[in-house]
Design a binder for this molecule. Sequence first.
Ligand code: HEC
Ligand code: HEC
Ligand code: HEC
Ligand code: HEC
Ligand code: HEC
Ligand code: HEC
Ligand code: HEC
Ligand code: HEC
Length: 446
Amino acid sequence: MAKKTLLITIILILSLSGVSQAVTSVAAGKCMVCHKEISPGLYQQWLASNHALHNVTCIDCHGAEPKDADAYKHQGGFISTLVTPKDCGVCHRREAEQVGMSHHAKAGQILESNDAYLAHVAGGNPVAVTGCESCHGAKVQINSSSENKLSAKSWPNSGIGRINPDGSLGSCNACHTRHEFDKSQARQPETCGKCHLGPDHPQKEIYEESKHGNVYFTNKDKMNLDADRWIVGKDYFTAPTCATCHMSATSSQKVTHDVGNRISWTLRPPVSEYQDNWKQKRSNMKNVCINCHSDTFVDGHYYQFDALVHLYNEKFAKPAGAVMKILKKNKSLENSADFSNDIEWIYWEIWHHEGRRTRHGAAMMGPDYTWWHGMYEVAQHFYFKFLPEVKKTGDTEAIAYIDNMLKNDPMHRWMSQSTEELKKGIKSGEIQKIYENMFESKIGLK
Ligand code: HEC
Ligand code: HEC
Ligand code: HEC
Ligand code: HEC
Ligand code: HEC
Ligand code: HEC
Ligand code: HEC
Ligand code: HEC
């Protein structure tokens, strides 16, 4: 589609907004002449872009071959409205390949998930389109009965893992807002914050409350965001943004468009696990931190983060998951459809909302999310909503499981002890030791 259409090249000198500009083809020139009048805002965005400066015009991105799945006739030529990673990749190959390898590209494959099931049965189809797919990406459909234009059922859409008619995955303009496609915009946290926020993945809010966010928002003008090259420690030093840690260059790493490249855990599932090749990925991230911190400081951060993830896994996630499995196996829930019982919603919120918040808070230095919006709620709902619901089912196997846990697991035994006894244990360090033992048996002493 974006293949530079070969046209008879005539140099036209057009007078555009008082600025003289060379345009290299008749058709390309025509697009701009018309659209300057009918969509002047869009035209101005393009005119202000680095693309315009380098003579990349409408037709370089929107031009299409008649055989393309989403091509339609427009003013005597074939164009397509979508400009997919494959199209941008004609000129930006490395970025397109890295996006293709990332989790972002897979974000549209969610139909099989419990999240999607829940949205479809408890909500309804329109919410899947305007909610989920607006972040994750829709499968963009063509309306063949309407000049092959995009179907209103799935367009507009700029979800991060959009499934495009040409088979490519994702949309570059999820981050590079059109038509300026400005690097400095993509470097700022607001870009990621369209999707990375809210009850189940509040990275934006966590960043805002972190020291990093504080320093960023109070010193934004010192961030050199417009610089062509943007290497941490060289071109700016004040604060890291989302892009700094997850994507941007360091003195020894290039920009990566694979956002998983520096991530060691996966904090999304009910029980967190290390990613494949996690040590390398972690060292990629540390290579960002050490521009502003010492090794000892950064290792300390990872020690505390790992400890928190193991705590959440061992104390709450694994027991709650085991109990749910027993209840399902024994068919002890009142209604048969998934999510038609209270306990399923309670369990879901423990891991999908509160449990993620606690893990994300610890990963990115947001203490309020780690505790008050995080582990505090995990604990309250585990002890005072989840366990009572288990008792109500009358499932003897599940009840025996939790009784045994409350009696014999040192992390849960506190409920049957006295306050005096527990306070003494905290003072002497005995209670803390329970957790240190658990954590150190998991990862070994560092
Ligand atoms: C003669 C004027 C004219 C020219 C030349 C022209 N356009 Fe358009 N274009 C329009 C008008 C009018 C619309 C709005 C049509 C509508 O609302 O459906 C439009 C709509 C579009 C759309 C959106 C269509 C949709 O249904 O989503 C795109 C994309 C587009 N033009 C790109 C281009 C490109 C690329 C070129 C150059 C190859 C071009 N236009 C040349 C007048 C023009
Ligand atoms: C660098 C590539 C690029 C260039 C150059 C470009 N566009 Fe686009 N355009 C896009 C992308 C990306 C989208 C969003 C489509 C998508 O999500 O795939 C888009 C969308 C559009 C749309 C439909 C969306 C809307 O908001 O209505 C129109 C119309 C359009 N472009 C017209 C133009 C015109 C006219 C020009 C030249 C002045 C132009 N484009 C130049 C990449 C480009
Ligand atoms: C016909 C070739 C071509 C196509 C197609 C193209 N670009 Fe570009 N792009 C360029 C050139 C040339 C530059 C300016 C030189 C540079 O920065 O590499 C550029 C620069 C950029 C920049 C840096 C802008 C800045 O602030 O410095 C971004 C981001 C970008 N393009 C994204 C995209 C996206 C997203 C698409 C698809 C929607 C796209 N490009 C399609 C050629 C193209
Ligand atoms: C505001 C944007 C947004 C909306 C709306 C949204 N999600 Fe997400 N979703 C995300 C982000 C961001 C992540 C990744 C979070 C992380 O890594 O912490 C995610 C993660 C997921 C995951 C986990 C993927 C994995 O690899 O484990 C699934 C499944 C999912 N979402 C499905 C859905 C479904 C289904 C809906 C609608 C019911 C939905 N999401 C609504 C942004 C959104
Ligand atoms: C998750 C958000 C995100 C997505 C999706 C994304 N980009 Fe980027 N892109 C960025 C950020 C952030 C930067 C700036 C990195 C820096 O300079 O620190 C960037 C920079 C660029 C640059 C400038 C590179 C340079 O070295 O100066 C180009 C070109 C580019 N992106 C193209 C693309 C293309 C093409 C796609 C789709 C295949 C894409 N991007 C998808 C966030 C994104
Ligand atoms: C349009 C929505 C959207 C935008 C914008 C977006 N993301 Fe994401 N991101 C997602 C979704 C959805 C996922 C989960 C994908 C999955 O697992 O299926 C995700 C996953 C991630 C992951 C986890 C990757 C992994 O391999 O575990 C990171 C890190 C990430 N995004 C960082 C960023 C950064 C940094 C930005 C901004 C520069 C950004 N994202 C912009 C939607 C978005
Ligand atoms: C100071 C560096 C830093 C900043 C700034 C930062 N992050 Fe992170 N992020 C991390 C670290 C460290 C992790 C955990 C990595 C690991 O698992 O080893 C992480 C994890 C993530 C994850 C993975 C969560 C999962 O479910 O597995 C996502 C998504 C993410 N960050 C998005 C963002 C977004 C969006 C922003 C900005 C609003 C941001 N990050 C700002 C360092 C940072
Ligand atoms: C561009 C510089 C920069 C980068 C890169 C950076 N930080 Fe920071 N970090 C800071 C600044 C500035 C502070 C605030 C120092 C203070 O409180 O005086 C800070 C504070 C912290 C704190 C203390 C939080 C608190 O509430 O006291 C931790 C922990 C931290 N950073 C960890 C990291 C980790 C881990 C990374 C890499 C994933 C990282 N930082 C990357 C600049 C940076």
